[in-house]
Design a protein around this ligand. Structure first.
Ligand code: AMP
Length: 399
């Protein structure tokens, strides 16, 4: 089915053709007509399923259709669509998609996030922004300073809602929602619809159409998962061994702490593997440069803390490594969603030490299966990691 059949007009379809998007993904097929019809949507869709385009494309279509009927006038500070994202990286990425998909439209967009000067962002709002992609903290700041006005807002999108809640943005989100006009279209996207997400949706969205592609295996990216059990002290040696032995070309490596990230980069370098790291201790400019170098292939191995890596979109990424397993099973799902994007195959490798056994149980219980274990005889394990019990319930969730 071509995009034009979903109700998108030629300026948008032409931009998609240039990007070589030939067929809509499952979530796009489901969401685009519903969003175009003006309904509210709650969608369970992971990163990698094409979820960004599933809300950006119909929003562009709707905003430009209204635009055609009216004289185009600059509406300083008055935005028409608001997309909230948990991180600045994701905000930048979503805005970049808007610019790409909307390149033949006369609409303006902007990514707004903290950690950078506020002045230029305020100025851009005064010049006029149709679609604002923002992180909650900076947006609240702007509203307190009356730099942004919501009275002409038509649509509100909460992207990666589960992650926003995990990151503790609930109060900020509530404060922002209080300021929005009650007549608006609401779209909520989340990798998983947990009880907390459902509660948030219930408070803010009435009569929503529920969409889900999570359980549809046809639309799931193909991700091969395997793990190696390892003694903690051998992790960096094992990682270097895997990179060399299996001739990995590129990997995004997740690690727990920023100190750990810096240490791992130097351990890899000692073994002749050039790597870089992104974490909260690095400036925005440095992070952006490193990300650009990773995307262009100048840097092959990128070590990232979970939060810094959130929202990274690298079309060709073939491999993610959990150097440290995440505490939450949902984070594991998000992380492996970094690879195998839009139907391409990918590999997710985890290095698991005995201390991580509980996390492993939670992850494998969430997946509903045991992850394949590979053994490398060069790395015998002293502290054995037992096989998981699949009905594991974390302590704080036990009845
Ligand atoms: P997302 O799930 O929004 O993070 O998108 C994952 C990746 O798939 C991004 O790199 C998009 O550029 C790409 N993508 C989205 N929709 C399509 C499509 N219909 N055909 C090909 N690639 C797509």
């Amino acid at each position: 089915m071509p995009f034009s059949r979903l109700g998108l007009s030629s300026p948008i379809v032409n931009a998609l053709t240039e990007l070589e998007y030939t067929t809509p993904t499952e979530i796009q097929k489901q969401a685009i007509p519903v969003v175009l019809s003006g309904k509210n949507v709650i969608a369970a869709a992971q990163t990698g399923t094409g979820k960004t385009a599933s809300f950006v494309l119909p929003l562009l279509e709707k905003l430009c259709a209204i635009e055609k009927d009216e004289e185009r006038k600059l509406r300083g500070k008055r935005i028409r669509a608001l997309i909230l994202t948990p991180t600045r990286e994701l905000a930048m990425q979503v805005e970049a998609s808007i610019a790409q998909y909307g390149k033949y439209l006369n609409l303006t967009s902007m990514a707004m996030y903290g950690g950078t000067e506020i002045g230029p962002q305020k100025q851009q709002l005064i010049w006029g922004v149709d679609i604002l992609v923002a992180t909650p903290g900076r947006l609240l700041d702007m509203t307190h300073q009356r730099a942004v006005n919501f009275d002409q807002l038509e649509a509100f999108v909460l992207d990666e809602a589960d992650r926003m809640l995990d990151m503790g943005f609930i109060d900020d989100i509530n404060k922002i929602i209080e300021r929005l006009p009650s007549q608006r279209q609401n779209l909520l996207f989340s990798a998983t619809i947990s009880n907390d997400v459902r509660a948030l949706a219930k408070r803010t969205i009435s009569h929503a159409e529920e969409l889900s592609v999570v359980k549809n295996s046809a639309s799931k990216p193909k991700i091969e998962q395997w793990l190696v059990t390892v003694d903690k002290t051998n992790k960096s040696a094992l990682l270097s061994f895997l990179i060399k032995e299996q001739q990995w070309q590129q990997a995004l490596i997740f690690i727990e702490t920023k100190h750990g990230a810096a240490k791992l980069v130097s351990q890899l370098e000692k073994r002749g593997i050039k790597a870089e790291s992104i974490h909260s201790g690095r400036t925005q400019t440095v992070r952006e440069q490193i990300l650009a170098d990773f995307k262009s292939g100048k840097i092959n191995f990128l070590v990232a803390t979970g939060i810094a890596a959130r929202g990274i979109d690298i079309g060709e990424l073939s491999r993610v490594v959990n150097y440290d397993l995440p505490d939450k099973a949902d984070d594991y799902i998000h992380r492996i969603g970094r690879t195998g994007r839009a139907g391409q195959s990918g590999v997710a490798v985890s290095l698991v030490a005995k201390d991580n056994f509980r996390n492993l149980c939670a992850i494998e219980s969430r997946l509903g299966h045991i992850i394949e274990r590979k053994v490398f005889e060069e790395f015998p394990v002293k502290k054995v990691v037992p096989v998981s019990i699949l009905n594991y319930v974390p302590k704080n969730k036990r009845p």
